[in-house]
Write a protein that binds this ligand. Structure first.
Ligand code: ZN
Length: 321
């Protein structure tokens, strides 16, 4: 997002400074792999790195003020190519990688670098990864590829070995809260991060009051559902119309809490004398069902961008609660 590129994110400054120093020293490799944590800012770091090589002013870090920095931030720099998964497949396809290779092989508009950002790179399908490997093996001069991945282990080892890896250290809860307060103002950010996990960049796009309201409503409704006091079909219809992604996150949390609780019962049951009235088989089969439910919710989340009957898919999950 445009505004993100100009926001200072403290835990990204260290990696950014290292890349800028390598660039100044003429030691910048042709390919970087940012190992991101979800919502920790990998996309922002990739943009800032593009600014490092495209910025018009020579400074220790990109100025964020010049025309080039602004164009990078708005995704409109002629020497920067973004590659994202296609909406229908959620994969990065071979045609996209070929187009990228062609684009960055052309002479730069400004006589400088050509940059390609692939995010998330773990969405490269096998054919696309093979095509990318060719570009990595024979990089054109003054080109930089930046791959962003939360699960780099899903990339072929041949690709990983040709990239210099940058690990984003996930921010502590205190760092995230401090950053959210400074950039977004007051609000119950603690609660937002409880719901989302340590994903401050994701949290920054949400309204804390709305997150709390939806989390409360989801929990209350799931309680009713497990007591057979709610109708799965009408609930699925309502949830699929708005805030479905956040609802699914709340649902995942709710299931995870139940798994923890069931595992606690299981741990007690193996203590001496505790097994008589709590047979091991019951909590274990409950846990298995809960894990299956969790898998189904995660699968649905993966398919959200595809042409899918969301209400029906969600209803099938809610019927199992
Ligand atoms: Zn600049």
């Amino acid at each position: 997002m445009a505004e993100d590129a100009h926001v200072t994110v403290p835990w990204l400054e260290g990696p950014l400074a290292s890349v800028a120093a390598a660039h100044r020293a003429g030691r910048l490799p042709h390919a970087l792999l940012i190992h991101d944590s979800p919502g920790a800012g990998g996309d922002v770091l990739a943009q800032r790195i593009a600014q490092v090589v495209l910025c018009e002013r020579v400074q220790s870090t990109p100025c964020g003020q010049c025309t080039a920095c602004h164009r990078v931030a708005s995704g409109q720099h002629p020497d920067l190519v973004h590659v994202h998964p296609t909406e229908d497949s959620r994969q990065i396809r071979i045609e996209q990688v070929r187009e990228l290779a062609h684009e960055i092989g052309l002479t730069s508009h400004q006589g400088g670098y050509k940059v390609g950002i692939l995010a998330p790179a773990d969405a490269l399908n096998r054919h696309a990864a093979n095509a990318l490997l060719k570009t990595l093996e024979e990089p054109a001069p003054r080109t930089l590829l930046v791959l962003v991945a939360t699960q780099p282990s899903r990339l072929p080892a041949t690709i990983i070995s040709r990239c210099q890896r940058i690990r984003i250290r996930p921010p502590s809860r205190a760092e995230s809260i401090d950053w959210l307060r400074r950039t977004r103002g007051s609000g119950d950010w603690e609660r937002v991060l409880d719901v989302l996990g340590e994903a401050p960049l994701l949290a920054a796009r949400l309204d804390p009051a709305a997150v709390a309201r939806i989390d409360d409503d989801t929990r209350r409704t799931l309680g009713e559902l497990s007591n057979r006091a709610a109708d799965p079909a009408s609930l699925a219809e309502r949830w699929s119309r708005s805030d479905l992604e956040l609802r699914l996150t709340c649902l995942e949390n709710w299931i995870t809490e139940r798994i923890r609780r069931a595992a606690g019962v299981d741990a007690d049951s193996v203590k001496p004398h505790a097994g008589t009235h709590l047979p091991r088989a019951r909590p274990e089969s409950n846990i298995r069902k809960l894990f299956e439910l969790l898998d189904s919710v995660r699968e649905l989340r993966m398919l959200l961008d595809t042409p899918l009957n969301r209400a029906l898919a969600l209803e099938n999950i809610l019927r199992r609660i």
